[in-house]
Design a protein around this ligand. Structure first.
Ligand code: LMR
Length: 400
């Protein structure tokens, strides 16, 4: 039956982890996948998460199916975290929220909904570059993919003029995917003033703002500051869509906790939208997993655990920021050719180093350092024990 099935290519991000695991070297470093590591390079299960697990263990709850839309308490708390406690559409009960299989699942639900019901063009504009999985999710959901300029490779910063031009020239009512904060892979975000301009432009063009928020709290260490763009757009009356992931900020990578939500114009419209979101979800996976939603709800719903978690997000963000400074200092001290200011100015999990695909290959081969082909590094993979080796190896690769 399957003799003609061709070998598929390795995943550009998760395939890096496979290659890393196969390498027997004791010096090896994985800065590929965006997953937090502690000072010793180990995955970190947050204390707030461990405590929530203990509480859930004590509760001995049943394992019944969740409703198609997910755990109600989780949805309320997750929406409050994203939109803010004083959000107007939240208070007016006109945000449709459903639980998702983390951010990827949210993207798929949202994009399928757009493909089924959106009256505007079924084209989604993605930033160039964007997270590697975005184009395939959009295409599988039935949307055409176009790009808007985002990153200025020469100046290693935001191509704001190019971005505005492309959004201006897009057909009216296009769907525009925006990274809410800590853009993946570049680590370059618009400033507050630039977000305000983008909001005006997107509104004037009647575009649909489709936010992907995978790093709330991770960019600055402050969950409210990182939600600025999303909340500003909502305040300005945009009926945004939002994909929310708890993989990074709660360290729940494998638990797959997330939501998809959209602002509607009335309670009645929200109910109709929800009825159709259920029809997207049911044939995909019936209903979402119970445990991740219980975990997140336990933390967000307990004042003590919530405060502890905020401290833990900040700790992760601060460690990454400290690694940026150290790496910058070391590359400069080693007289590595080029300007490395961007290592410090970029934010979030990643730094878009500017290393070429050849340098990336050379680092894997000769130094056992693994990163994605585009030169993106997950800063979380660096720590006091491996940063000298990393900086020396990068410096050598750049010098050729
Ligand atoms: C990443 O970009 O490394 C993460 O979002 C993990 C993933 O699924 O790609």
């Amino acid at each position: 039956f399957w003799s003609a099935v061709p070998q598929g290519p390795a995943d550009p991000i998760l395939g890096v982890t496979d290659a890393f695991k196969r390498d027997p070297s004791k010096h090896k470093i994985n800065v590929g996948v965006g997953a937090y590591r502690d000072e010793d390079g180990k995955p970190w299960v947050l204390d707030s998460v461990r405590k929530a697990e203990d509480i859930l263990h004590e509760q001995r709850s049943d394992k019944e199916y969740l409703p198609i839309t997910g755990l109600a308490n989780f949805l309320t708390l997750a929406a409050k975290l994203a939109y803010g406690a004083d959000s107007k559409p939240l208070a007016e009960n006109r945000i449709a929220v459903v639980q998702s299989i983390s951010g990827t699942g949210a993207l798929r639900i949202g994009m399928e909904f757009v493909a089924s019901f959106y009256k505007g063009p079924h084209t989604i504009f993605l930033p160039d570059p964007t997270w590697g999985a975005h184009p395939a999710i959009a295409e599988k959901a039935g949307l055409a993919v176009k790009r808007y300029r985002y990153f200025d490779r020469k100046n290693i910063g935001l191509d704001f003029i190019g971005m505005k031009e492309d959004l201006q020239n897009a057909d009216e009512g296009s769907v525009i995917l925006l990274h809410a904060c800590a853009q993946n892979p570049t680590g370059v975000d618009p400033t507050k003033e630039q977000w305000k301009e983008l909001s005006d432009l997107i509104k004037a063009k009647k575009h649909l703002a489709f936010f992907d928020m995978a790093y709330q709290g991770f960019a600055s260490g402050d969950v409210d500051r990182d939600a600025f763009a999303l909340r500003y757009f909502v305040e300005q009356g945009h009926q945004i869509m939002l994909c929310q992931s708890f993989a990074k900020n709660l360290g729940l990578y494998g638990e797959r906790a997330g939501t998809f939500s959209m602002v509607t114009s009335s309670v009645e419209e929200k109910e109709r939208v929800l009825s159709q979101l259920k029809r997207v979800i049911r044939p995909l996976y019936s209903s979402p997993p119970l445990h991740p939603a219980q975990l997140v709800a336990t933390i967000l719903g307990s004042p003590e655990l919530y405060t502890e978690w905020l401290g833990e997000v900040k700790k992760m963000a601060d460690r990454i920021i400290a690694m940026r400074s150290t790496l910058y200092d070391k590359l400069v001290a080693l007289e590595t050719p080029g300007n490395w200011d961007h290592i410090k100015s970029q934010i979030g999990m990643f730094s878009f180093t500017g290393l070429t695909p050849e340098q990336v290959d050379a680092l894997a081969k000769s130094a056992h350092i693994y990163m994605t082909k585009d030169g993106r590094i997950s800063m979380a993979g660096l720590n006091e024990h491996n940063i000298d080796y990393f900086a020396n190896s990068v410096s050598k690769a750049v010098k050729g």
